[in-house]
Write a protein that binds this ligand. Structure first.
Ligand SMILES: [Zn+2]
Ligand SMILES: [Zn+2]
Length: 165
């Protein structure tokens, strides 16, 4: 982690220092803490200096946590959109197949309208990596959303074969 920069509460300068006063053996932490602003000369001692540093750390942690939560939320939303799109495409394809099957051979089957690159759901039927704990969208050039699902599917097929034998 980078060195903690504590903005001066007086002039807001970042050229500040937080250190422990030396040579005062009677003082222990946090009473030997000193905050010093090189810009305006503002100083804080002891617990006031520690408190200032703590507030800065807390604010930084909060900002980092909020940022991480926002990134996580955006990822979830993107995944949810992709899964919804893939489901809609699967449903449309199924509807088209049903429609085509019902029609007489004289009329050609109508293909389902597909916008952009077709999205597929993970081929592992017990996939739980989707945003709501159901199937996730498969990766491009793969039947699965992840190596994990590919492995699980392979294992499952192996056990199915074993059961049949
Ligand atoms: Zn200052
Ligand atoms: Zn999967």
């Amino acid at each position: 982690m980078a060195k903690l920069i504590i903005p001066c509460p007086k002039c807001n300068s970042h050229t500040t220092d937080l250190y422990r006063e030396r040579g005062f053996s009677t003082k222990g932490f946090p009473f030997d803490a000193v905050f010093h602003c090189m810009c305006c000369g503002h100083r804080l001692y002891g617990q006031a200096a520690v408190k200032l540093a703590e507030n800065v750390v807390t604010a930084q942690e909060q900002a980092a946590a909020e940022k991480a939560a926002a990134v996580e939320q955006a990822k979830k939303e993107a995944a949810a959109r992709a899964v919804a799109q893939a489901r809609a495409q699967e449903a449309a394809a199924k509807a088209a197949r049903v429609k085509a099957a019902k029609k007489t051979s004289s009329s050609p089957p109508v293909a389902a309208p597909v916008e952009g690159a077709p999205l597929k759901l993970c081929a592992w039927h017990r996939c739980t990596k989707g945003p709501d704990g159901t199937r996730m969208v498969a990766r491009p050039n793969s039947k699965y959303c992840s190596r994990d699902c590919s492995n699980k599917n392979a294992r499952w097929r192996y056990t199915q074969r074993e059961a049949e034998a």
